[in-house]
Design a protein around this ligand. Structure first.
Ligand code: FAD
Ligand code: 2HG
Ligand code: ZN
Length: 508
């Protein structure tokens, strides 16, 4: 019989857990008169609406009303696609007068339901604002419209030997404005830090339509409160980011990666210490994949990076990337690392592979980056993006699986897989719980607040990098004190007293 480990069982039951339905009685729904006004601001092709005067086909508006996972379904009857900051400002000014709720939407790849309207708020999509405003190859400072797709920005600066300071599996669809609004972490955070450090300036349309121009390109600017920080991770609740100034690092001269198979999860921590010590400044990523996630990846055509024999007997896997200045020097370090790991008296790894070509380098990354899409093919995912002490990563995953077993909810009829992967280097676990045949209230009730309580017991965070959105609004107090939430409310009130900007998101 499988039992919860005592060490991981939540110590308390929260009496505050409830999904509250936000009241939107203060807001008006978009009507024909509003559409007529929007038509005076925007070109006809920039307005989509199910109302008779526009009659956009349902299929064309549907993608704006459902999130990437198919978990959150919106009810917006109209979508606006402005091309300029001035247009955004005029739209917002009008919405403030008319008390129409606005949901800013970027690439719609968010994983917490933040970019989907909850009732009938209008969707303001930034996708048509996609110009690079300037790039200085000497300083590496890029200024761009918020709707630029992350990958296209990478491609724009690549010929100048620079890279974006963030990289994520959604790079082909997510927008820099969405990245900033969610304070996305991703695969390069270990090396280049968070957007709170790399974003130098923002242009934001505030909830009354005022344009806040803080599009600074200064590295140093200590002139009072740094307002832009509020919009980084603000999830569209304080304003609409329309322009971005961001510091991009020079492309590393040499990048390599290795993929390691570990006999046991307990080896991850000592391995992390050794890898950090031996690779020093060239280590740029340390990513974790548990056995369930690895096997799922293989089933969906990722890899194999190791033969079945080599991978057999391994409980988990680690991807290490180096980014340095000298290929020979970096390879020597990596080879020495692998040799010392494999010849140790009590080896921490079963085996490992070092990529020998750009193709192999990419296929090692493809396994890690492709997991989110594989999960999606397996069923409907409940995603918990948590910060917990590294030593607890696997215990948390096991505890959740055991809970579902104990409730009779584990198996193809309900939860078919529970797995963990993520950014070990950042203490960020992606716990994915797959409902094979779709979302069901009793599955969610078994998972929440159970998981949030485990996280709170460990003084972790219920959102390491994906944000709060509507999914975790009522779980915010597991990671933030009442005093913090109170001050968040006060800040929201200062910026958005009418509560029109992404209402019902983030703030409980
Ligand atoms: P959307 O999903 O459109 O919006 C997200 C939130 O930001 C919403 O609340 C929305 O209202 C707001 N918003 C969007 N644009 C603006 C704007 N211009 N102004 C104000 N508010 C705005 N996240 C990570 O942190 N790390 C990862 O490694 C990672 N990998 C991912 C991999 C995949 C395959 C997928 C599908 C998602 C991944 N994510 C990851 C989730 C991540 O949050 C998003 O991919 C990304 O940052 C959101 O950008 P977006 O343009 O799609 O924003
Ligand atoms: C990642 O790190 C993303 O791959 C997505 O943050 C995480 O699929 C997930 O849960
Ligand atoms: Zn992640």
């Amino acid at each position: 019989m499988l039992r919860l480990h005592n060490s991981i069982r939540p110590a308390f039951r929260s009496r505050r857990w409830a999904h509250n339905i936000p009241s939107f009685s203060h807001l008006n729904t978009v009507n024909e008169e509003d559409l007529a006004h929007f038509s005076s601001i925007l070109a006809p092709t920039s307005i989509l609406s199910t109302l008779p005067s526009i009659s956009t086909p349902a299929d064309d508006i549907a993608p704006y009303n459902v999130d990437w996972m198919g978990k959150y379904h919106g009810q917006a009857n109209s979508v606006l696609r402005p091309r300029t900051t001035q247009q955004v400002s005029e739209i917002v000014k009008y919405c403030a007068q008319r008390k129409i709720g606005i949901v800013p939407q970027g690439g719609n790849t968010g994983l917490v339901g933040g970019g989907i309207s909850l009732q009938k708020e209008i969707v303001l999509s930034l996708g048509a604002m996609n110009n690079v405003r300037s790039f200085d190859p000497v300083s590496g400072i890029l200024v761009a419209d918020a709707g630029c797709i992350l990958q296209s920005l990478s491609e724009h600066i690549a010929p100048h030997n620079h890279i974006m300071p963030l990289d994520l599996g959604a790079k082909g669809s997510c927008q820099i404005g969405g990245n900033i609004s969610t304070n996305a972490g991703g695969l390069r955070l270990l090396r280049y830090g968070s957007l709170h450090g790399t974003v130098l300036g923002l242009e934001v349309v505030l909830p009354d339509g005022t344009i806040l121009d803080q599009l600074s390109t200064l590295r140093k600017d200590n002139t009072g409160y740094d307002l832009k920080q509020l919009f980084i991770g603000g999830e569209g609740t304080l304003g609409i980011v329309t322009g971005v100034s961001i510091l991009t690092p020079p492309a590393p001269q040499a990048t390599n990666n290795i993929f390691l198979a570990l006999p046991h999860f307990d080896n991850v921590l000592p391995l992390f210490q050794i890898v950090k010590r031996q690779l020093g400044e060239i280590m740029s990523a340390f990513e974790y994949i548990d056995r369930t996630a690895y096997d799922m990846g293989l089933q969906h055509g990722l890899g194999p990076l190791l033969s079945a024999d080599e991978a057999g007997g391994s409980q988990c896997f680690v991807l290490v990337e180096t980014s340095g200045g000298n290929q020979d020097h970096d390879l020597e370090k990596l080879n020495n690392l692998l040799e010392s790991l494999l010849t140790a008296d009590e080896p921490l790894i079963n085996t490992g592979v070092l990529s020998q070509s750009p193709t192999q380098f990419n296929s090692i990354w493809a396994l890690r980056e492709g997991l989110t899409e594989c999960v999606q093919k397996e069923g409907k995912p409940y995603k918990y993006d948590v910060s917990v002490p590294l030593a607890d990563f696997q215990k948390v995953v096991d505890a959740v699986r055991e809970r579902m077993i104990s409730k009779g909810l584990y198996g193809d009829h309900a939860i078919s897989k529970v797995m963990g992967y993520g950014h070990v280097g950042d203490g960020n676990l992606h716990l994915n719980v797959i409902a094979k045949h779709g979302y069901r209230p009793e599955l969610e009730a078994a998972l929440e607040p159970f998981i949030y309580e485990i996280v709170a017991d460990r003084k972790g965070s219920v959102s390491a990098e994906h944000g709060i959105g509507s999914m975790k609004r009522d779980a915010l107090h597991y990671s933030k004190s009442d005093v913090s939430i109170d001050w968040m409310r006060k800040i929201k009130q200062v910026f958005d007293p009418l509560n029109i900007m992404n209402p019902g998101k983030v703030i409980p």
